[in-house]
Design a protein around this ligand. Structure first.
Ligand code: PLP
Ligand code: COI
Length: 344
């Protein structure tokens, strides 16, 4: 790949936000088919005031990252997994799924067109990739739109939680995230719209994030507003919630593989009750944006559950998981076959 002059950005101090880059991709669905799509410099979208997305939130999205590796390549972490997940999200929302291979192609095209925004190796930053899809034609009755747009843009980002690896305090939310037969397992925009009041409330009360219990019994741990959760037992097993109403995190799936195959740890996916939280020795969040973020404390209706790892740094196992996973992403550790898509 030719040498690219990088954008003038203070990479090491980036937060997690929108930064306008040069090009984005879009493809429109009309008369029953997706068009070829193309790159554009225009970051704005014009649509009908009664578009499906504006009236009934008919939209879903994805999130993944591109990295500059130690040896200077630009790579994307498991984009095929995001393509498949978006396919499922689209089906659940009665939208025409965007083909998996075209999704990966579009993502690669956008990263390639914005190479100067891919943070250099060693800065701790990465290029966040946001594919999304929405109903663009007018609806009035409650029904799916007839026309759609699939779009991908990118933004250079730093850590999702300010303070990077500083342990978080979670609140067991008074609000519910996902109904038993609802949309918690897909990446629907509406799952995030309904979490906004909950997150503003939690922030106002001094918490970093909400941890949602299962909506049906409110006795089991599910996930946070933007990441899955894992725990480490006193005998070093990784335990993570089994539930049909959480988003199947690609980071979590990767982490469980890393724990088992690279670190030789036992992993268990099972229902986790709020009453057993105090028995774990470590806790962390995992996701594309969150990477692995340690949790120091969970507050359940005023009752504090403090993990023995404390509020200063991550626990030993969480650190190992973090180092191995990010080592794979930044090309320092050999990745399992098919995990890394090189942009060339
Ligand atoms: N759970 C929720 C609600 C999320 O928004 C995300 C972020 O995508 C995740 C979990 C983590 O998923 P992934 O690891 O695929 O990014
Ligand atoms: C991601 O990790 O990609 C997400 O979508 C989480 C979001 C809350 C930023």
């Amino acid at each position: 790949m030719e040498t690219i002059e990088k954008a003038n950005i203070d990479w090491s101090n980036l937060g997690f936000g929108y930064y306008k880059t040069d090009k984005r991709f879009y493809s429109n669905y009309k008369d029953g088919q997706w068009d070829e799509g193309c790159l554009t410099e225009d970051e704005n979208i014009t649509m009908n005031e009664s578009a499906g997305v504006l009236q009934y939130a008919q939209t879903c999205f994805e999130g993944m990252k591109a990295y500059t590796t130690q040896d200077g390549k630009v790579v994307i972490f498991r984009p095929d997994m995001n393509a498949h997940r978006m396919y499922e999200s689209a089906k659940r929302l009665e939208m025409p799924p965007y083909p998996v291979d075209k999704f990966v192609d579009a993502v690669c095209k956008v990263v390639k067109a914005n190479l100067k925004y891919v943070p250099p190796y060693g800065t701790g930053a990465s290029l966040y990739i946001r594919p999304f899809m929405f109903g663009s034609s007018p609806v009035m009755g409650v029904k799916p739109a007839e026309e759609y747009q699939f779009r991908v843009f990118v933004s250079p980002v730093g850590p999702y939680f300010k303070g990077g690896m500083k342990p978080l305090t979670l609140k067991i939310s008074d609000f519910d995230r996902a109904a038993p037969n609802g949309t918690g397992h897909v990446k629907a925009g509406l799952n995030y719209a309904m979490s906004l009041h909950a997150i503003v409330t939690a922030h106002n009360e001094g918490y970093n994030e909400n941890l949602y219990p299962d909506a049906k019994t409110r006795t089991k741990v599910e996930e946070t507003g933007g990441a899955n959760i894992f725990f480490v037992t006193k005998d070093n097993k990784i335990v993570t919630p089994k539930s049909s109403t959480i988003l199947p995190s690609i980071t979590r799936k990767s982490l469980l593989h890393v724990a088992k195959e690279y670190l030789g740890l036992e992993v268990v996916e099972r229902e986790i009750y709020l009453t057993e939280l105090s028995e774990f020795k470590e806790c962390g969040l995992c996701g594309t944006a969150a990477v692995i973020s340690p949790v120091g404390k969970i507050v359940d209706n005023g009752k504090e559950i403090c993990f023995p790892t404390g509020m200063d740094s991550a626990g030993e196992i969480s650190k190992k998981l973090y180092d191995t996973l990010t080592g794979i992403q930044y090309g320092k550790i050999k990745a399992p076959d098919g995990w890394i898509k090189v942009v060339d």
